[in-house]
Write a protein that binds this ligand. Structure first.
Ligand SMILES: Cc1cc2nc3c(=O)[nH]c(=O)nc-3n(C[C@H](O)[C@H](O)[C@H](O)COP(=O)(O)O)c2cc1C
Length: 172
């Protein structure tokens, strides 16, 4: 039986080339709101969502990427949402990952392309990166578990759902 939610889940794909068109703040906030409603370990809600949307701040992140990796790890995206929590807390990775996945699915539901970008915790561990982290108001002791690049695909026809391993699911 057709189900809209399951279709969204099964058709989400990572996008690695974004056009110049920016996603409206209204849609970005709808996506962030979906992250806010993720489950959290013992309902402690320790994940934090940092919506980096202004050109100035997004370019700060891009510059950092270009300097450290000599490439734009955000693939030209004009909005990036960083998800962070206390380093060392036993639920930080789980909580933040739930937030991120909710946001990828919400993006898909709104026809917005997205991708998990993993590099920011590493970038923020450098002297220059720490300055950027502080300038965004992210506490030094927070770990950036991941981030969600948002935008419109340069070539939507290139976004293909990947094959899944045949033995992914084991029924016992
Ligand atoms: C923990 C994690 C880290 C990831 N880091 C990156 C990344 O830094 N850059 C990137 O382009 N994709 C990253 N991805 C996206 C994966 O490469 C992608 O999900 C995988 O290739 C499957 O493709 P799909 O998302 O289109 O199904 C990451 C995904 C996860 C779950």
């Amino acid at each position: 039986m057709a189900n809209k939610t399951l279709d969204i889940i099964k058709n989400r794909v990572s996008c690695r080339s974004y056009s110049e068109k920016k996603v409206s703040l209204k849609k970005v906030l709808q996506i962030a709101e979906a992250g806010k409603f993720a489950p959290s370990g013992m309902n402690r809600q320790i994940a934090n969502i940092y919506v980096v949307n202004s050109k100035r701040n997004v370019e700060k992140l891009r510059k950092l990427s270009l300097k450290i990796r000599e490439k734009d790890c955000m693939y030209g995206a004009k909005t990036i949402i960083l998800v962070a929590g206390p380093r060392g807390d036993r639920f930080t990775f789980q909580d933040c990952s739930c937030v991120l996945e909710n946001m990828f699915l919400a993006a898909k539901a709104l026809n917005i392309a997205s991708c998990w970008i993993n590099q920011f915790d590493e970038f923020f561990s450098t002297k220059e990166g720490l300055k950027v982290k502080k300038s965004l108001g992210i506490p030094e002791e927070y770990c950036i578990v991941g981030s969600c690049a948002l935008g419109y695909a340069n070539d939507p026809s290139a976004l293909k759902v990947k094959e899944r391993k045949e033995d992914f699911i084991k029924v016992l």
